[in-house]
Design a protein around this ligand. Structure first.
Ligand code: GLU
Length: 482
């Protein structure tokens, strides 16, 4: 009886920027699919675009994966450390007639395309260095380092059944002989330079195949911008005699104007959402639903997602990034989050803003009190900032609420608060009650005045609970300005 291969998935980001939300979503699908099947998930860093890849991007990607809790079983594997392997595969392909060197200079290629455009043809490589039976190739020019091209089949169709999009077929005559290996680029340093000089640098479509083959990847989830690359890749698998993985191409994420989510029109990196005070479990939940569904479940844990994610119910049409929904999802998780954890996150937010540190007990009590009305930890920090940073009530609020009628009561209350034996919610409430009775006032007259003076705004949760969060001296000082 033949055994089914272990399910192995991967995410293969290029370190040319932060982890994009679209990549984070495919990482999540790949991770959940592997976990669902008891398989393995691999992280590969596709760093062969040496001009644009940076260590900083690698660090950001790793940090975002960690933050989201997308743990990988192998990796990070760096393509630039595998140059000898790609070179060896290229040599084998040349020997078997699946690849050939091409000495075209960039100028020749430009001229070739220009002539094709003039004739009204689609631009393509014309195969001038492709060996054919009976064809005499030109003599290699001196001083030009060749690239290596893949001998793409001239006829027939490439067909695959996409896990997301269904059957797709592309005719081979639509695609030309792709460059699979280039000579070392300028400007490389250290070991990478030596390796590249010896072995050349592979292009994405080739390295991705060798890697997915070597790493025994069974399922490839990625963005649908790669659909047009897939026929080349499938042809290379076939040339290598390698087993094909299954492909699932997820549609792009659109912004609220219906255009592809892009940096120019808002935050697109996982890091930006971490900094803006979203919780990783909310982010995962929201990303999962963006292009996948399980019945009408909107809120679910990562364990539930793993239990449900079997590769079905992936949406074929583009999803729209919905900030309001993300905020709603985050608010639900925030409400349930542990106060000690939230206190730590809020402390980080406040430190990032250069605000003085608050003690842990106060932070926790503050999180407990305010988390129901916040959507992010940044909003929590907005609230708790008032405990340590001077507030500036507006002139209108002062005029409307700190009136002649309440001033004497504020004075009495201030004196009582100054004398309280214990500074807590119950004692503060008692002092307020006595003050109201003594001045024949009602709570709706006193509370807004206190809120404006101490908190700098008219709306807050129950004022006795809010005052108890403050240092007593801060309250007395702010009330003195009445
Ligand atoms: N490095 C490619 C990208 O970031 C990977 C695509 C793939 O998953 O094959 O788009």
């Amino acid at each position: 009886m033949s055994q089914r291969p272990t399910i192995r998935t991967r995410i293969a980001p290029s370190p040319t920027g932060f982890l994009h939300l679209g990549t984070a979503r495919t990482a999540l699908y790949s991770w959940a699919y592997a976990r669902h099947h008891g398989g393995q998930f691999v992280l590969r860093i596709e760093d062969t675009d040496v001009a644009r890849s940076t260590q900083d991007s690698v660090d950001q990607i790793l940090a975002s994966m960690r933050w989201l809790g997308l743990d990988y079983d192998e990796g990070p594997i760096y393509q630039m450390q595998r140059l000898a392997r790609y070179h060896a595969v290229v040599q084998q392909m040349i020997a078997q007639g699946h690849a050939y060197p091409c000495w075209c200079t960039p100028q020749e290629l430009d001229a070739m395309r220009e002539a094709q455009r003039e004739r009204g043809e689609k631009t393509h490589y014309d195969g001038r260095w492709r060996p054919e039976p009976g064809k005499v190739l030109p003599a290699p020019p001196a001083g030009v380092k060749p690239v290596v091209r893949f001998c793409n089949p001239a006829d027939g169709e490439v067909v695959w059944d996409d896990l997301v999009k269904g059957p797709i077929s592309i005719a081979n005559r639509e695609i030309d002989d792709l460059i699979i290996l280039r000579p070392a680029p300028e400007g490389l340093e250290g070991e990478a330079a030596e390796q590249a000089a010896a072995f050349g640098v592979p292009t994405y479509n080739f390295a991705v195949v060798v890697d997915d083959w070597d790493m025994a990847i069974t399922h490839v989830f990625r963005g649908d911008e790669h659909i047009n690359n897939t026929p080349w890749q499938i042809n290379i698998y076939r040339a290598l005699g390698a087993p094909l993985p299954q492909f699932g191409h997820c549609p792009v994420i659109l912004d609220d104007t219906g255009q592809k989510l892009s940096k120019r029109r808002g935050a697109v990196s996982v890091t930006a959402y971490e900094e803006a005070g979203y919780l990783p479990e909310a982010m995962l939940n929201y990303l999962a639903r963006l292009g996948w569904s399980h019945g009408d479940a909107e809120l679910f844990s990562r364990e539930q997602m793993v239990a449900w994610f079997d590769g079905s119910h992936l949406s074929r049409s583009p999803a729209q990034w919905d900030k309001a929904k993300l905020s709603w999802v985050n608010a639900q998780y925030l409400k349930q989050a542990d106060d000690t954890r939230l206190a730590g996150l809020v402390a980080e937010q406040m430190a990032r803003r250069g605000q003085p540190a608050l003690d842990a007990a106060r932070l926790q009590a503050g999180c407990a009190l305010f988390k129901d009305r916040c959507t992010t930890t940044l909003e929590l920090a907005d609230w708790l900032g008032m405990l340590v940073v001077p507030v500036q009530p507006s002139a209108d609020d002062l005029a409307a609420h700190v009136t002649h009628a309440v001033r004497p009561a504020l004075q009495t209350l201030r004196d009582r608060l100054a004398e309280l034996a214990v500074w807590d919610k119950a004692s503060i409430a008692a002092a307020m009650k006595e003050t109201l009775a003594a001045h024949q006032l009602k709570m709706p007259q006193l509370a807004p005045a206190l809120r404006v003076l101490v908190c700098g705004r008219v709306q807050t949760p129950s004022i006795d609970a809010v005052l108890a969060l403050f240092e007593r001296d801060t309250v007395l000082q702010r009330m003195a300005s009445a």
